[in-house]
Design a binder for this molecule. Structure first.
Ligand SMILES: *Cc1c(COP(=O)(O)O)cnc(C)c1O
Length: 379
């Protein structure tokens, strides 16, 4: 039997597998001026804001494009041109945040730890105390390049205590991990449609502290990435500034229906945790070893060491697993050979079990016997 005529299951952390109800919500054309579409936009913004309990303090500003567009817009709008952003790095998305900060012409400092070491609140406190010119801190909540979780509440407190402002890339954690704007102070938190809310890709959004955003007119050095302008235009007209991704907004609305009726954030976290545990248990049985310590592993994406067998090559392994109906994700580490498996999307532990079986069959097909990484075998 072949999977060739079926959509493979995406074990990638965006785009990800969406439900049929979410997909079918895209079978309609919407006029961007039409009140019925603008009602959807307003509903999506309100429901997203409620996920972080941001009503009253924060506004949800949606933006066309992939998640990075919204990260860039947040930095470019909320950090004044003479501001100074300290970026906390332990992976590729932290590096990307640093790079775009520099390209937007803002003063940048970085604090980098190894890819398997979370940033701590003590690190942040030390850096901020040493340099009073730092105005903002940029944090990646779940660093998707490995799946490591950084301690957001503790870092947010250290930043707020020192009177600085926090910008959080919560792209791969928003909607699954608990984030409460009433207890975790931030000026901006960024996420996107095609991650844990399980919509299609194409739209990002920024929860901006209203009192901060109100002060940000003229900060942006880019026309299309000006969140202040996007927000004030939307408040005035109910419409998007420039062509909206109509199908994506409608599908995100449908995805939010399902998110809420299934039990919201706690239910999503429970399902992803079950996915992650099923995956890790099944992979460990074959000899695979996760790159991260379990204590710092977010249930979003898991990085595994590649098999030590000389017959292993990622491309052939990927193709075999793909033929069996599952899309894996390459590793993003420079020092060690790894691959990644996402736990998010409209999938449950059954799909994870099937994915583990596909990996097992692929190993047999490719004649790969030595699965445990070399360091583990030696030990
Ligand atoms: C997905 C993701 C982004 C955005 O990536 P895009 O490819 O622009 O959608 C940013 N940060 C993190 C942590 C992510 O997981």
């Amino acid at each position: 039997m072949s999977n060739a005529d079926r959509d493979p299951i995406l074990l990638t952390p965006g785009p990800l597998t969406t439900s049929l109800a979410t997909k079918t919500a895209m079978l309609r054309d919407w006029g961007s001026w039409d009140a019925s579409f603008n009602t959807i936009t307003a509903r999506v913004r309100a429901r997203l804001t409620a996920v972080v309990n941001g009503e009253g303090t924060h506004v949800c500003v949606p933006l066309q494009g992939s998640g990075t567009f919204s990260v860039e817009a947040a930095v470019n709008t909320l950090v004044p041109r003479n501001g100074h952003l300290l970026v906390l790095i332990n992976g590729a998305y932290g590096k990307r945040l640093a790079r775009l900060t520099e390209m937007m012409g803002r003063k940048l400092s970085v604090f980098e730890t190894a890819e398997d070491v979370p940033t701590t609140a003590a690190d942040v406190a030390r850096k901020l105390d040493a340099d009073p010119s730092i105005t903002h801190v940029g944090l990646i909540h779940c660093e998707t390049s490995t799946g490591i979780l950084n301690p957001l509440p503790e870092i947010a407190e250290a930043v707020a205590q020192r009177g600085r402002r926090l910008i959080i890339d919560a792209m791969s954690s928003f909607g699954a991990l608990p984030i409460d704007a009433r207890t975790v102070p931030f000026d901006a938190l960024i996420a996107a449609s095609g991650k844990c809310i399980e919509g299609p890709p194409g739209m990002g959004f920024v929860f901006a502290r209203k009192s901060a955003l109100e002060q940000c007119a003229g900060n942006s050095s880019s026309l299309s990435l000006d969140l202040y302008d996007q927000w004030s235009y939307m408040e005035k007209t109910t419409q998007w500034r420039y062509t909206p991704p109509t199908h994506v907004v409608a599908a995100l609305d449908a995805a939010l229906d399902q998110y809420l009726s299934a039990g919201g954030q706690p239910a999503r976290l429970a399902r992803y945790t079950a996915n992650c545990e099923t995956l890790i248990a099944g992979m460990k049985e074959m000899g695979f070893r996760p790159f991260l310590d379990a204590r710092i592993q977010a249930p979003i994406i898991v990085t595994f060491h590649a098999p030590s067998d000389p017959r292993y090559a990622f491309k052939a392994f990927y193709d075999k697993v793909r033929d069996k109906g599952f899309i894996l994700y390459p590793g993003k580490l420079t020092q060690v050979e790894t691959f990644r498996v996402g736990c998010i999307g409209a999938i449950g532990p059954d799909e994870m079990r099937h994915a583990v079986n596909a990996v097992r069959d692929a190993l047999v097909d490719l004649g790969i016997r030595q699965v445990a990484p070399a360091a583990v075998k030696a030990a």
